[in-house]
Every structure is written in structure tokens, then in C-alpha cells.
Design a protein around this ligand. Structure first.
Ligand SMILES: *Cc1c(COP(=O)(O)O)cnc(C)c1O
Length: 346
């Protein structure tokens, strides 16, 4: 058993034991190989290195209250990776292969799977990269699919905390009709520098507006946006937003709790009307946002506008309720009425 303190785990590229790999070449996938060799060796002309032909997924495996090990909605991640791979022009694993390699990755890293009772999980990171060595800019049917994992904690400790976010006046995330809705590595490349500026200025999150008009809300740097207005859950509908599976699940949970759900363009001005605002994604589930500032120049200028949601840093009642419902389903404490938990045979 690895010496891991399950209660203090963050969300890091933790070095685990086994990576599961397959290579698509000459029209077929090679048999999945579980290896303890934690490195890849590939041609320096490979598409991925020069043209960022790379995409990934993120999902979690949980040890539930009764000891069952489950993955949360992996078929959704398989479908999203297929959609992204089509965009990049590389082959993608089908749902069966995707899920069975994720299961094999869990079995190959059982000592890193947190036991029940620590709010911790095993984060699975399926990666799909274009490996064909080439100079020309045309799709080629060759790719490597690899699944790795890392134990992940509750991220912010035992309970929810709220964080500040900033809207950068001088950075955009995705172009209209661009790649914003696909989970590609290249979307992340452009967020590294703005994230550094934001963190240096004391903000945990970046909130991006639509880059064409800068009048509606798109999403946070690596998570979706939602706001609570009375009994209504509001989240942006935009071609540039990544279709978050956490957001999809939260919309269902909100409905199950008798709330109204609106998925539509969200004008920036509406920020003043929300009782609670939060970021959502697999890694943290829900990150409540205490306030949002606009900085015309992220590194330098003063704040030009500001909205406050929880001045005392407390997490709102609706975010708390949604968080408890979804994590309760993940840990097998509440009934899984929508069949979201995929059982893993160990
Ligand atoms: C992965 C991701 C999310 C969250 O998606 P989940 O499926 O909920 O994990 C949100 N926004 C971006 C940009 C992402 O890459």
C-alpha cells in the first residue's frame, strides 16, 4: 500500500504505477498494453509536438460506501473524446475500448484508489495524441490512446470555500466558430499566461467572455459557469463553451431538486442579478465564486468593475445543496436514480 495521506491530497500530476496504452496504426488499434514504464518515445516530427494534435478527458473513480468501485458517467467522456478526435482528424477509441482501458488503469493502480470516507477519488486522464510524423497539414489516421491516473483530494479540503475570479480585458479563450467546445490541449496553451497574471493578482479563476462581442459570459479557464437566481439554475449556451459533464449532471440534479434550469446566452450585465455564482467541472465539482472583477489589462490595470456574491466568503445554500447531492451519488450515499455510476470489476 502506498503511503498516502488521503485527507491532504490536492489535484496534482501524481506519479502512479500503471499507464494503459494502445496505438492506432495501419487501420487498427494495437491490443491495450498496461505498462509501468512512465514515459513515451516518439518521432520528433509527430503531429502532436508541432501542431498540437492532442486532446484529453478527465473523470473520476470512487470507492463507494459499500466498497463498490465506480466511474462517474464514462460513456459521456468517451462520446466527447470521439467528437474532439473527429475535430482534430485522428481516430478515437470506441466506448467499449475507452471504458475498458480506464478500468484496466484503475486495476493497475489499486494502491492509489482512495478508500471510502476521505472525500478523495482516483482521477482518470485519458489522452489521445496524433503521432504521425509529418510536415503537411492534413489529418492522418494514426494516434496513441493512453490512460493514466492520479489520486485526487477534495481539492479545497473538507468543505466548500469560495474564490475570486477576474475577467481579463486583454485575453480571449476561444474564437467564434473556433475550438472552444473541444477538449483539446491547444485551448489550454493560451490560458497559461493569463492564469499566471490572475494568480499573481490574487484571483483563483479567470472568467472569459464571448470573444466576438464581449457582452456574454462563456466560461472559466477550465470549468463551466453557472449562476443561481432564486429557484433557477442559469448556465451559458455558447458555441465556444466546453460541454461539461458536471454541468450536464448539475442541471439534472437541479431539476430533481425542483429548480428551473435555463441554458441560454448569459449577458455580462446579468452578473448583478445572481444570488450565487460558481464554476463547475470534474476536478472540483463546484467552486463557489465570492466575487468577480474586470481588469481591462490583466497584468497591470486597476479593477474597472466588480460584482460580489458572498462578501463573507460563505458558500450559498443552493451550491451547497447541489454539491452534496452530486457527491452523495458519486460516493454511493444517495440513490443513483439516473444510473450515472459505472461499476468497475476489480
Ligand atoms: C474539462 C473542461 C470543463 C469541465 O468539464 P467536465 O466534463 O465537467 O469535467 C469545463 N471547461 C473546460 C474548458 C474544460 O476543458
Amino acid at each position: 500500500m502506498a503511503e498516502i495521506n488521503w485527507d491532504t491530497l490536492g489535484f496534482d500530476a501524481y506519479r502512479t504505477r500503471t499507464v494503459v496504452k494502445s496505438h492506432f496504426k495501419d487501420g487498427k488499434w494495437s491490443p491495450a498494453e498496461a505498462t509501468e514504464e512512465f514515459s513515451f518515445t516518439y518521432d520528433p516530427f509527430a503531429q502532436v509536438f508541432h501542431y498540437a494534435i492532442s486532446c484529453f478527458e478527465g473523470m473520476k473513480a470512487f470507492t463507494q460506501k459499500d466498497g463498490t468501485v465506480v466511474i462517474f458517467r464514462p460513456e459521456q467522456n468517451a462520446a466527447r473524446m470521439k467528437r474532439t478526435a473527429d475535430y482534430l482528424g485522428i481516430p478515437a477509441p470506441d466506448e467499449d475500448m475507452f471504458i475498458s482501458m480506464c478500468e484496466e488503469c484503475i486495476r493497475g493502480n489499486l494502491e492509489f484508489l482512495p478508500p471510502y470516507g476521505h472525500k478523495a477519488s482516483l482521477y482518470l486522464r485519458p489522452l489521445l495524441v496524433g503521432m504521425h510524423p509529418q510536415m503537411q497539414l492534413t489529418p492522418y489516421p494514426e494516434a496513441v490512446f493512453a490512460v493514466m491516473c492520479a489520486p485526487a483530494g477534495a481539492y479545497y479540503g473538507d468543505h466548500l470555500r469560495s474564490f475570486a475570479a477576474v475577467i481579463p480585458g486583454d485575453f480571449d479563450r476561444a474564437a467564434p466558430k473556433g475550438s472552444g467546445s473541444y477538449k483539446i490541449g491547444a485551448n489550454y496553451a493560451s490560458t497559461f499566461r493569463p492564469y499566471k497574471y490572475a494568480h499573481d493578482a490574487g484571483y483563483a479563476e479567470l472568467l472569459y467572455l464571448d470573444s466576438a462581442t464581449r457582452s456574454t459570459i462563456d466560461e472559466f479557464g477550465s470549468s463551466n459557469f453557472f449562476g443561481i437566481k432564486g429557484n433557477t439554475y442559469v448556465t451559458p449556451l455558447s458555441d465556444s463553451v466546453l460541454p461539461s459533464i458536471t454541468n450536464l449532471s448539475l442541471r439534472q440534479v437541479a431539476e430533481d431538486l425542483g429548480m428551473k434550469v435555463e441554458r441560454r446566452p448569459v449577458p455580462l450585465e446579468e452578473l448583478g442579478e445572481f444570488d450565487e455564482v460558481a464554476a463547475c467541472g470534474t476536478a472540483v465539482v463546484i467552486t463557489p465564486i465570492s466575487h468577480i472583477d474586470i481588469k481591462p489589462q490583466l497584468a497591470g490595470s486597476e479593477v474597472s468593475r466588480s460584482w460580489r456574491f458572498s462578501p463573507d466568503g460563505k458558500v450559498g445554500p443552493v451550491c451547497t445543496k447541489l454539491y452534496e447531492r452530486i457527491t452523495g451519488i458519486q460516493f454511493g450515499e444517495l440513490e443513483d436514480t439516473h444510473n450515472w455510476c459505472h461499476k468497475v470489476s476489480l
